[in-house]
Write a protein that binds this ligand. Structure first.
Ligand code: ZN
Length: 295
């Protein structure tokens, strides 16, 4: 089995500077530690026709290379089904018929954090379940036997977060992100996960699920996001933020790559030339405020 890092975009539109910066970081973490680098397209949800090809082209333009064929989540249903079947066989899943509104309005368990599933459908009898199946398709939830779990993060240190009975399969039949990401990382031999720090809070759920499935827990590094001048997470509406937009105002891909590297206190690219200077301990801890440069 390989030892690999990865970048896993959702093909919902063009990558922006924040996505590209995370991709560069993931590549640098992987290559500087002797790993392969893999790409996975997370297209279970929100796929837009043509977006995948645009994203791959943009990654190549800034010098992010990958070492094996691109994997797409929509081609991997059998792996997800198998993982859910194993958990179900062990009595670790149950059907949930709650609407979003019912979950919001349910009294939460004592000490449970905002948004944690209160466990309503855990206690349904067989007969109650039969009745509810007739009116609404069920989602499948994990029966968690812990309330929190700890992970080790290369940039954040020890991080303990909530584990509730989170959804494994949505009631429209789509595999939930938390399940797919755990199954895919293990199946691809990914033992290093570098991604935006907005995903740190869901990481304890994933590490706990990996343990239940008998899968190795990868190393984690959750990196700071790129924000706009108001401090909000960068979005398409924040002006010229994609390679296409930036090229149109006279800023080529190599310059975008070098601006990203500069924001990481690293020398100019191409990327392989930067590896010798890359040290995770020296990365900035704060978000990077993006201001569209003059050409
Ligand atoms: Zn429920």
């Amino acid at each position: 089995m390989t030892s690999a890092g990865r970048f896993a975009p959702s093909p919902s539109g063009e990558l922006h500077v924040g996505n590209l910066r995370t991709a560069i970081l993931a590549w640098l973490f992987a290559k500087s530690s002797g790993r392969d680098f893999l790409l996975r397209v997370e297209d279970l949800d929100r796929a837009r026709s043509g977006a995948e090809a645009e994203q791959l082209r943009d990654l190549e333009a800034i010098g992010v290379s990958w070492d094996a064929a691109v994997v797409r989540q929509t081609e991997r249903a059998a792996l997800y089904d198998d993982a859910i079947a194993r958990l179900t066989h062990e009595g670790r899943t149950y059907e949930c018929f709650c609407t979003r509104r019912e979950i919001q309005e349910a009294p939460s368990a004592p000490h449970a954090p905002q948004g944690a599933y209160p466990g309503t459908c855990r206690r349904l009898s067989h007969a109650e379940r039969e009745i509810r199946r007739a009116s609404r398709p069920a989602s499948i939830r994990l029966l968690a036997d812990v309330a929190e779990w700890g992970v080790e993060d290369q940039l954040h240190g020890k991080y303990v977060g909530v584990v509730d009975d989170f959804v494994l399969r949505r009631n429209d039949g789509v595999t939930a992100y938390n399940l797919a990401v755990v199954v895919d990382d293990a199946a691809q031999g990914i033992d290093q996960v570098v991604r935006g720090d907005d995903l740190l809070p869901s990481t304890p759920r994933q590490a706990y699920l990996a343990r239940l499935l008998g899968l190795p827990v990868p190393e984690y590094a959750h990196v700071p996001l790129v924000v706009n001048h108001d401090g909000a997470r960068l979005a398409k509406r924040d002006g010229a933020v994609t390679l296409g937009d930036l090229a149109a105002v006279g800023i080529p891909a190599e310059r975008v790559r070098d601006l990203i590297l500069e924001s990481l206190h690293l020398p100019a690219g191409p990327l392989p030339d930067v590896l010798a200077a890359f040290n995770p301990g020296n990365l900035p801890k704060e978000p990077w405020v993006w201001i569209t440069p003059r050409s």
